[in-house]
Design a protein around this ligand. Structure first.
Ligand code: F6R
Length: 608
């Protein structure tokens, strides 16, 4: 949800552009770069994908439009030793070049980029418009540039601190100025990582991205102003008082690889390998750190997340209810924040997030902690904000996930949460050593089972042809199959834009059957345990004209079958979701969608 990057060092523009390509998963409505030059700050920005910005940078040099620049890079565009950049997921104002970041202050002495939401921007804007100012954009972010100019009185740090104090909301802001050769940043509730290396200093929304250059990183705490200069990095509170923030070495670097095809398909095919890594991680570390003294007396477990991460909680709650003796409740993070779920010292919650930066999930964890609960982050991203918001962390081993639609992270979340809840069960005596050993044995075989499923991907691709013109697609399942239905449905709607919903199969007859007609597809998922009931549901929708696809170890007379190998029912969801991920992918491809960057979405949703 918007990515920012800033750098001081050689080839700052080329590196910023490279970083923006990496950060594009955070938003791809527009992109822009501000490059500091001897005679002022130059801003380049364009609507759409990063390659538009790259073209703009190249054209501006080729057309000699910027002959005043001090130099051009080997890459053929303007260079600078100080640059900031932004990739946008639109919140305030349409997708236009005018609304693209960076923004100048009216006098051109500051340029800013912003990730987050400035909640009091209308009041701030009014202060300036009442004095005759005319804003160039509809964004909340442009107000920051106005504030900086207004607050500048010969001391940039003071101007930045004064600006920070007047902002309400979530923000990671990078500032470049003509007044000196430092970069400035303001951080509250949106992620901001600072990196250093022998050749440069960096600020960035994403630890994996900055670790590509930096050898040491620091995660900026909330309510902090950062000054990044050639001579080093300094941190201050909003009053301008120096504070200490620890740097650490990082192994979070992720190759900024290019793929020939789509990331989504590549990531689906990585699922077996990543599940193996997750299991190895569990064994190597002797578990994921469940503490016996913490879980012996618990009375309740929440599994909290958003979107796909929530669906993994929904799935493991259904699975763990089979072997745990405490309430296990999945909750959508944004609902948890504003509802009155009971929490006390005997409540444990797993906060699930691939990115570790989802604002709703972080806020939910903060609320939960303030009520005295014991919070546990389950995330794919080291040193992400969620890790700092929770008391314990379990990392999943999915590796960098670049397609906006989450796939392999979901399977790894399921494996991690299953192992965590099994450990809780062992400590509480509800899971015997034999049961535990038997599930682990079965889990070890899951990667090969998924490899087998993937080897039939062409069949799913053929089925996609029959699904692509559906007016709506319903996914149905019971108990542990219902969460899989939810995840299959979410995948399809987010990347194909076909209307889709998931239902507990038995619930259809209470209203939704009214929507069954020709051109509707129903995907029925069952591990085989309640197959008679599913057979009835299939008949009910088929007799009303819907086309049915079953995903099951068994076949059904009225359905086109995707036949899966039989696996332990506790593990079935880890396997049965794979054909649904493939189905969503192939349907979207057949409809000509941009599967890796679907409309109106961002990989990391850092606003509430
Ligand atoms: C769906 C998807 C989103 C995310 C959700 C939570 O494919 O990607 O629904 O799952 O925004 O994101 P994380 O897991 O990063 O908290």
């Amino acid at each position: 949800m918007c990515g920012i990057f800033g750098m001081i060092g050689a080839n700052a523009v080329a590196n910023t552009l490279q970083a923006l390509k990496y950060l594009e998963y955070r938003g791809y409505d527009s992109a822009g770069i501000a490059a500091k030059q001897a005679d002022g700050i130059r801003i380049y920005k364009s609507e759409g994908r990063i390659h538009n910005l790259e073209k703009l940078l190249k054209n501006s040099v080729e057309n000699n439009a910027d002959s005043s620049f001090s130099g051009t890079s080997g890459a053929g565009y303007v260079e600078s030793e100080i640059a900031i950049g932004h990739t946008r997921w639109a919140t305030h104002g349409a997708v236009t070049t005018a609304n693209a970041h960076p923004f100048y202050s009216p006098d051109g002495n500051f340029a800013v980029v912003h990730n987050g939401i400035i909640e009091n921007y209308l009041a701030l804007k009014k202060q300036f418009t009442s004095r005759g100012a005319v804003f160039t954009s509809e964004t909340d972010s442009e107000t920051v540039a106005y504030l900086l100019q207004n607050n500048y009185n010969g001391n940039t740090l003071q101007a930045v601190c004064a600006t920070a104090k007047s902002l309400v909301g979530a923000f990671a802001i990078a500032v470049t100025t003509t007044y000196d050769n430092s970069l400035y940043a303001i951080k509250n509730k949106s992620p901001l990582v600072i990196g250093v290396s022998d050749v440069g200093v960096y600020l960035c929304s994403d630890i994996r991205c900055v670790s590509h250059w930096a050898t040491k990183v620091a995660v900026t705490p909330d309510n902090t102003v950062v000054v990044v200069g050639k001579e080093g990095v300094r941190f201050y509170d909003f009053e301008g008082k120096p504070i200490t923030v620890r740097f650490f070495t990082t192994d979070a670097a992720e190759e900024m690889e290019q793929v020939d095809g789509d990331f989504m398909l590549k990531e689906i095919f990585e699922i077996p390998e990543k599940i193996r890594l997750t299991q190895e991680g569990y064994f190597k570390n002797g578990g994921f750190g469940v503490e016996p003294e913490r879980v012996r007396n618990i009375s309740r477990i929440y599994l909290i997340g958003c979107g796909t991460a929530y669906n993994s909680g929904l799935q493991i709650a259904a699975v763990a209810r089979k072997f745990l003796d405490v309430d296990v409740l999945p909750v959508i993070a944004s609902e948890f924040i504003y509802d009155n779920y009971p929490v006390d010292g005997n409540t444990l919650a797993f906060f699930i997030s691939q990115s570790g930066e989802t604002a709703d999930t972080i806020r939910a964890a903060e609320n939960f902690n303030s009520l005295g609960g014991y919070s546990y982050a389950v995330t794919n991203t080291k040193a992400s904000s969620l890790c700092f918001a929770c008391k314990k962390v379990a990392y999943i081993y999915a590796g960098g996930e670049f397609a906006v639609a989450s796939t392999k992270a979901y399977n790894c979340q399921l494996v991690t949460l299953l192992l965590l809840t099994l450990d809780v069960g062992r400590i509480r005596g509800t899971v015997s050593n034999e049961q535990y050993a038997s599930v682990l044995r079965a889990l070890t075989g899951i990667p090969s089972v998924i490899e087998e499923v993937l080897s039939h991907s062409y069949e799913i691709s053929r089925i996609a042809e029959t699904v692509k013109d559906s007016s709506a697609v319903f996914y149905i399942g019971r108990t542990t199959d219902y969460p899989t239905a939810c995840e299959g449905s979410l995948k399809l709607k987010e990347i194909s834009y076909i209307h889709s919903e998931a239902y507990p199969a038995g619930e259809l007859k209470h209203g939704t059957l009214a929507l069954m007609e020709e051109n509707v597809t129903v995907v029925a998922i069952t591990d085989g345990t309640l197959s008679d009931k599913m057979a009835s549901s299939i008949n009910e929708v088929a007799t009303r004209g819907a086309k049915v696809i079953s995903v099951s170890p068994q076949t059904f007379p009225n359905a086109l079958s995707v036949t899966l190998p039989k696996v332990n029912t506790l593990l079935y969801g880890i396997v049965s979701v794979v054909p649904l991920q493939l189905l969503a992918y192939y349907v979207a491809k057949r409809l000509g969608r941009d599967v890796d960057k679907p409309r109106n979405l961002a990989k990391s949703v850092t606003v509430e």
